[in-house]
Design a protein around this ligand. Structure first.
Ligand code: G6P
Ligand code: MG
Length: 214
């Protein structure tokens, strides 16, 4: 398959770099402290979902209710642990395959942008040496509704000056594939629960597989 698009919008966590393991560790620390059951299956439901919506999913198994103020404190606690883990990241955490593929896609003339629900997006991009790389970045600080709502991808396309129909999205989350389709974009699934979810236009075999379709 060959796609005729102008821009490729990348999800960040679980696509460009593997920060999803740090999300898991930070949520696990919080859940353990609260005595709430949490495992990889629950974690899969948090992909692409905002911080507060993720907390709500974790608290589904709690034995008591939490006030909105308590939830703010818990979300901040998780984010502090998560940021401490992110601080240890460096350009060596950007896989060679991802870096080489991005450079080749740029050489072929595509606009490359980010569409992530994370409010830590800019911090992560700086850590892995991509602080100035992308043509546009839309993240959790730009939107009021996280995936599966299409907002973050529509903002990313608008920032790059490209029509939604001219964009393809690379996602590891089912919620992200839903968001891409709702935005009127082509949805490419890589890893996670995006692959084989049934809503995607194409399953990527690897990140470098992008070079076969663009
Ligand atoms: C990404 C991740 C989610 C995370 C969300 C918010 O979409 O896939 O698991 O909950 O970002 O991240 P943040 O860094 O703002 O807490
Ligand atoms: Mg993701």
């Amino acid at each position: 398959m060959k796609l005729n698009k102008r821009a490729i919008i990348f999800d960040l966590d679980g696509v460009i770099c593997f920060t999803d393991k740090y999300h898991y560790q930070a949520w696990k620390m919080l859940a353990d402290r609260l005595g709430i059951y949490f495992d990889e299956r629950v974690n899969d439901r948090l992909r692409g979902v905002s911080r507060m919506a993720s907390l709500e999913i974790i608290l589904e198994r709690a034995s008591r209710q939490f006030t909105p103020e308590e939830k703010e404190v818990l979300a901040a606690e998780k984010n502090d642990s998560y940021r401490a883990l992110l601080s240890g990241m460096s350009p060596s955490d950007l896989p060679d395959e991802v870096r080489d593929t991005l450079l080749e896609l740029r050489r072929r003339g595509y606009l490359l942008t980010i569409g992530s629900s994370s409010k830590n997006t800019r911090f992560i991009l700086e850590r892995i040496g991509l602080g100035d790389f992308f043509d546009a970045v839309a993240d959790g600080t730009d939107i009021s509704r996280s995936k599966p709502d299409p907002e973050v991808f529509l903002v990313s396309a608008a920032k790059a000056g490209v029509a939604p129909a001219d964009c393809a999205v690379v996602e590891d989350a089912r919620s992200g594939i839903q968001a891409a389709k709702a935005a009127g974009m082509t949805a490419l699934a890589l890893f996670g629960d995006a692959k084989g979810c049934g809503l995607e236009d194409y399953d990527l075999a690897s990140f470098a597989d992008l070079l076969n379709i663009f």
